[in-house]
Ligand binder design. Structure first.
Ligand SMILES: C[S@@+](CC[C@H](N)C(=O)[O-])C[C@H]1O[C@@H](n2cnc3c(N)ncnc32)[C@H](O)[C@@H]1O
Length: 218
C-alpha cells in the first residue's frame, strides 16, 4: 500500500485550526510546530489558554518577527493572524515553497513579504524575534520512516552535523545581527546541544515548550 501522506492526496493540512494548501514542494505542517506559535503569543503577553494568566509582554508593541524556512508559510501566517499588530516576514531557500506560502497568505488575506534567502543572507533588517522550524533530521536516526518521509522535500527535512548544521548557523547569524529573541524547533534529543551552542553565542534559554526552545540574547 502507498504510504503517500493524506495531506498530499487532499492538498491541504490543518495547522492551528486552519487549513493550509500543501503540495510536495513543502513539508506537511506538524502538530508539534504549533508550540512555536504558542511561544510567540507568550512573548507578546497574550494568553493562549483559557484561564491562564498571560506572562508580561516582552516584545515591542509592533514586533518585527521573521520566520526562517517558512515552507507552506503556516507559522508566519498563523502568527500574523493571531498577532495582527506584528510585522511578519518570512524567508526560505526554495522558490517553489515560497509560491505555496504566497498562495496561503492570499487565502487568509494577510500581507507578508516572502524572501528567497539562505537563512538571514538576504534579510536587510533586524528582527526582534526569529522563529524557525529548519530541517533538523539526521538521516542516520534509526527510527525514521524513510518511506513516508520520502514524499517530502529532502531539503525541508535533513541537515548535516547530526541535524544541527542549519540551526547552529542561524543562531550564529542571529547573534551577529543582534536579534533579541529566538524560538527554534528541534527534536528533544537535540535540545541540550542547542542550548549549549546558543549559550556560547549569547543566547540564554527561557523556556522549553514541547519541541520549541525559546532564547533571549544577553
Ligand atoms: C522543516 S521545513 C519547515 C516548513 C514550515 N516552516 C513548517 O514548519 O511546516 C524547513 C524549511 O526550511 C527551508 N530551508 C532549508 N534550508 C534552508 C536555508 N538554508 N535557508 C532558508 N530556508 C531553508 C526548506 O526549504 C523548508 O521549507
Amino acid at each position: 500500500m502507498s504510504k503517500k501522506p493524506k495531506a498530499y492526496e487532499v492538498g491541504y493540512q490543518d495547522f492551528y485550526g486552519r487549513d493550509f494548501l500543501v503540495n510536495q514542494d513543502v513539508l506537511i505542517p506538524r502538530p508539534e510546530t504549533e508550540s512555536i506559535v504558542d511561544g510567540v503569543l507568550n512573548l507578546a503577553g497574550k494568553s493562549y489558554l483559557p484561564g491562564v494568566i498571560p506572562s508580561p509582554r516582552l516584545l515591542p508593541e509592533v514586533p518585527k518577527i521573521l520566520d526562517v524556512g517558512t515552507g507552506s508559510g503556516c507559522i508566519a501566517i498563523t502568527i500574523k493572524l493571531e498577532l495582527p499588530e506584528a510585522e511578519v516576514m518570512a524567508c526560505d531557500i526554495s522558490e517553489k515553497a515560497l509560491n505555496i506560502a504566497r498562495k496561503n497568505a492570499a487565502k487568509y488575506g494577510v500581507s507578508i513579504p516572502f524572501i528567497l534567502s539562505h537563512l538571514l543572507e538576504k534579510v536587510k533588517f533586524t528582527p526582534d524575534l526569529i522563529v524557525a522550524n529548519l530541517p533538523y533530521v539526521d538521516e542516520n536516526w534509526s527510527w525514521l520512516d524513510k518511506e513516508s518521509l520520502g514524499y517530502e522535500p529532502s531539503e525541508a527535512l535533513y541537515a548535516e552535523d547530526g541535524g544541527l548544521a542549519l540551526i547552529y548557523e542561524l543562531i550564529g547569524s542571529a547573534s551577529v545581527c543582534n536579534t533579541k529573541y529566538l524560538i527554534l524547533e528541534a527534536d528533544p534529543c537535540q535540545h541540550d546541544r542547542i542550548i549549549d551552542f546558543a549559550k556560547q553565542n549569547s543566547y540564554v534559554l527561557m523556556e522549553i515548550r514541547g519541541y520549541a526552545l525559546t532564547f533571549v540574547r544577553r
